[in-house]
Write a protein that binds this ligand. Structure first.
Ligand code: HAM
Length: 423
């Protein structure tokens, strides 16, 4: 057995038939963005290490502890992408997309890589669907982006998640707040590592889950109480539009995200049935990011939705499958003449968008019927010598067991009418 390979630790795989659910979830999460005019962007899976260090932040766990970094044959330091936003900014700047119509609206889907300690819902290769809207400060784009995420989760059937939201202020009001918080934290009884964290990124201490730390944070100053007038107005407008769109949220003034670039509107979708890995998606504004990566001073907002965790959330809500089985019709041909006729039958069913397969090898009618059952097809199309002679086929509904004789020319309509009826 020792000569067998396994997938790398912490890397989930989606194999048939469950992979159909993976694809369906990814599609449902992306569809709202497509309907809102976001264009698809396909990015490299690895980039310059410095892009992530500068874009995501050197002090974040994602960059300092979790990147897969390697040197290529030319001695360049590259890293597997831990997230999508920095790469999108790089690409927008490189291709001058920001000189065209604004905001630039793009979406992406694919794998990201973080060397985290694997557990259920926390993977080293994780899948996200993300959007980024670059070049507008209009609070309506914030509301649009948040609503797209909400619509995606709802399209996946989820109802039990919560949207947590806050404003993290901007370059004008955050430094003053940060000073206040730092001064407050300096008075607390915290261990050395936490004091160090308070110095590097005081906001992150607010997120410390340990009860003895939380107990001391009750009176901590909050960013939302120290927003400048512009940020306050912006956040009020975002909430106004979200209200109009019927999106419900919970104020989360202590919300802390794991990436450094966030400003103003910041949010996370949390699913209570997922335990420790409850974040099914998150995002926010990143108004200084583009500039810090050598581009123009343009703002942006986006999100990343966890495809793996959405699947787990669907499981925890015990939702029915989103995807149809991969096969709808299973063709069984008995004898050479029937096999010849089946070639055209299979072809025309596929051309009519009926997913169709057939039994390969000669295993007899019983074996072939078993294969049809296993395929989860709704229909078995059986062609024998008699059917060839009569130009007919036996059409068996594998759900009801009902079997009828239909002319070969009527097969497609017999099958597609039932499909359209939603069965
Ligand atoms: P993030 O919060 O780091 O944000 O990741 C987004 C989502 O990806 C999380 O809410 C979670 O569902 C999923 N995720 C993250 N890490 C893992 C993991 N190890 N295993 C399974 N799922 C995971 C970002 O990545 C930002 N780029 C989002 C964004 C886009 N903000 C603005 N634009």
């Amino acid at each position: 057995m020792s000569n067998r390979f396994q997938a790398p630790k912490g890397v989930p795989e989606y194999v048939p038939p469950e992979s159909g659910e993976f694809l369906a979830v990814r599609q449902q999460l992306s569809r709202p963005a497509e309907l809102a005019g976001y264009g698809y962007i396909e990015l490299p899976v690895f980039e310059d290490t410095a892009l992530f260090a500068r874009g995501v932040g050197e002090s974040t766990d994602v960059v300092s502890k979790e990147m897969y970094t390697f040197e290529d044959r030319g001695g360049r330091s590259l890293s597997l992408r831990p997230e999508g936003t920095a790469g999108v900014m790089r690409s927008v700047i490189e291709h001058n997309l920001h000189r065209g119509q604004l905001p630039v609206k793009v979406y992406y889907a694919g794998p990201f890589f973080r060397a985290e300690r694997p557990q259920k819902g926390r993977y080293r290769q994780l899948q996200q669907v993300g959007v980024e809207a670059i070049g507008s400060d209009d609070p309506r784009i914030d509301a649009e982006v948040v609503a797209l995420a909400d619509q995606g989760f709802r399209a996946c059937g989820l109802t039990q998640y919560e949207l947590l939201m806050t404003s993290l202020g901007c370059a004008t009001c955050r430094p003053g707040y940060r000073q206040l918080l730092t001064a407050f934290l300096a008075e607390l009884d915290l261990d050395d590592a936490t004091q160090e964290r308070a110095r590097l990124n005081p906001l992150r201490v607010l997120d410390d889950k340990r009860p003895d730390v939380q107990a001391q944070l009750g009176a901590a100053p909050l960013m939302v109480d120290h927003l400048c007038a512009e940020c306050q107005e912006h956040y009020d407008r975002v909430r106004h539009y979200l209200g109009l769109m019927g999106v419900r949220w919970t104020e989360a003034p202590r919300l802390v995200r794991g990436l450094d670039y966030y400003t103003r509107t910041t949010f996370e979708f949390s699913h209570p049935l997922l335990g420790a890995q409850s974040g099914i998606g998150g995002g926010g504004r990143y108004d200084g990011l583009m500039e810090s990566l050598g581009g123009p001073a343009m703002s942006g907002i986006g999100f990343g939705l966890g495809t793996d965790r959405t699947l787990l959330a669907r499981e925890s809500e015990e939702l029915p499958p989103l995807a149809a089985p991969p096969v709808a019709a299973f063709v069984i041909a008995m004898g050479q003449a029937a096999e010849d006729l089946a070639v055209g039958v299979i072809d025309s069913l596929r051309a009519a968008s009926v997913p169709t397969t057939t039994a390969f090898g000669s295993r007899g009618l019983k074996g072939a019927m078993k294969a049809a059952d296993r395929s989860c097809a709704r229909w078995a199309v059986i062609i024998g010598e008699d059917e060839v002679a009569a130009g007919t086929a036996q059409l068996k509904d594998l759900k009801t067991g009902e079997q009828t004789t239909v002319p070969v020319s009527g097969l497609i309509s017999a099958i597609t009418i039932t499909q359209e009826g939603g069965n």
